[in-house]
Design a protein around this ligand. Sequence first.
Ligand SMILES: [Zn+2]
Length: 113
Amino acid sequence: MDDIKTGGLPTAVVSIEHAAGYAFGCKRCQKIHFTGTWVVGLTVGEHKFLVGKNPPVQCCGEEKQFLEVFDAESEADTLRDTIAKHLAERGSTEGLVLYAFAIVNATGTQAVN
Ligand SMILES: [Zn+2]
């Protein structure tokens, strides 16, 4: 993904709750790696992202696109604040692990890849 320059663009970082919960697992070995109800989303101009595990997780020899996911809103808010600070300081998404918003199934409880 190209790094998005935030200079001049409106940016927003928010904690997002999904009441049914997320479970991020590996399709190949069926292992569920992370579960929770809160993720962190980011809007830069017209681009929407969700914050991924940094560094990315490896499973079955592949890099998996798992999101950072939390059980508690306060934990998500801590990451949200860290991301907001990063954007403010660098004026860019460079150095962040971000995935396009669409990877999370809007109705399901799993994002398996
Ligand atoms: Zn696996």
